[in-house]
Design a protein around this ligand. Structure first.
Ligand code: KG4
Ligand code: ZN
Length: 340
């Protein structure tokens, strides 16, 4: 079947059309980053307005390219988690189209989209696996037995990893979203003697806490001020090393405690090169495997929603007509399995 996927949970409008049998995929992505940059973070009201302006024309264009509305068998959209107003834009478009075209509609969990994004590559992980989901809004370790069979092993008790990257980058004077910029600054540093803490590694369990690192960065900046270019780069490096090491320790623990041999890393921070290299080495040492989505599918996109939605719709799932809400907060554990 051919599904239209709509992603509008935060500051990217992602639209995709996926043929579930052939895998043929076309997509469009519009990033609002420039719009939010001057405010140093995402402004929810502006995000919703931009989705309204961009989503419908993008959908029309893509559908035209893929043979018109007649060729669409179903519409899937991000129902949560995310920003309420932003989610409502995609949900309303999807439901309106479904009603007008008399086609099924299905709301998809944004993090399930991220989690399954590596399946869009030719080298795909096999179930079961442990997933590390690291985005601007979430840090989760999940035991994935199959599609829809998720057990959360650990999560951040405060800031998400991407959020910690962005906040620390801001302290270093870098523009929003600072994650990739902080990583680029760190790459300019030579070795550093600065050492940032690895939060919560001494405690048992797989939860995370990243807000202390941002405070540690702030204190270090005060101590070393006025900052030279070299000390800025060293702070970025020390921060990045601490985050990556913490994630590595918890991923290793998760693989060992579950006995799984495959790790899947997804979400925006999954684009971080140092994280990729460190996790490759750690899994090699454990005689396990690690999979990452293609770079373009790490950050938010419509393809991952079309993929997750296509799987579920092909298995017969669809929203009841009385579903009118979106779910800004929604646990992966509440999702139904693909088939019962
Ligand atoms: O998954 P995503 O696109 O959006 C959410 O669902 O939140 O993730 C965005 C996050 C931002 O915090 C961004 O700074 C971070 O991913 N990010 C990175 C890198 N690329 C994106 N963080 C560190 N290093 C990167 N290379
Ligand atoms: Zn995301």
């Amino acid at each position: 079947m051919r599904v239209l996927g709509i992603e509008s949970s935060c500051d990217e409008t992602g639209i995709a059309v996926l043929d579930t049998e052939t895998g043929h995929l076309t997509q469009r992505l519009y990033s609002q980053i420039e719009r939010h940059r001057e405010y140093g973070g995402v402004v929810p009201e502006l995000a919703s307005r931009d989705h309204v302006a961009k989503a419908a024309p993008m959908i029309m264009q893509l559908i035209d390219e893929r043979g018109g509305v007649e060729a669409i068998d179903g519409v899937v959209y991000t129902r949560g988690p995310g920003l309420m107003g932003a989610l409502m834009v995609g949900a309303s478009l999807a439901r309106g189209m479904g009603w007008a075209l008399n086609k099924p509609v299905l709301g998809i969990h944004h993090m399930e989209g991220h989690l399954l994004a590596p399946m869009l590559s030719t080298e795909r992980p096999e179930f079961p696996f442990v997933a590390l989901l690291v985005s601007g809004g979430h840090t989760l370790l999940v035991d994935v037995e199959a599609v829809g069979r998720y057990q959360i092993l650990g999560e951040s008790l405060d800031d998400a990893v991407g959020e910690a990257f962005d906040k620390t980058a801001k302290l270093l004077g870098l523009p929003y979203p600072g994650g990739p910029q902080l990583a680029a600054l760190a790459a300019q540093s030579g070795p550093t003697r600065l050492v940032f803490p690895r939060p919560m590694i001494d405690r048992p369990g797989l939860d995370f806490s990243f807000s202390g690192l941002k405070t540690f960065a702030l204190n270090t900046i005060h101590k070393l001020s006025p900052l030279t270019e070299q000390s800025r780069a060293e702070i970025a490096l020390a921060f990045e090393l601490a985050v990556v090491d913490t994630l590595k320790i918890k991923c290793k623990r998760a693989l060992e405690s579950t006995g799984r041999k495959t790790l899947v890393v997804a979400g925006g921070v999954g684009a971080n090169q140092r994280l990729r290299e460190v996790l490759k080495q750690m899994t090699l040492d454990l005689k396990a495997e690690v999979y990452f989505p293609a770079m373009e599918y790490c950050t938010d996109n419509g393809a991952m929603i079309a993929y997750a939605g296509g799987l579920r719709m092909a298995a017969g799932q669809q929203d009841n007509a009385d579903i009118t809400d979106v779910l800004p907060r929604w646990s992966l554990e509440d999702l139904p399995p693909l088939s019962t």
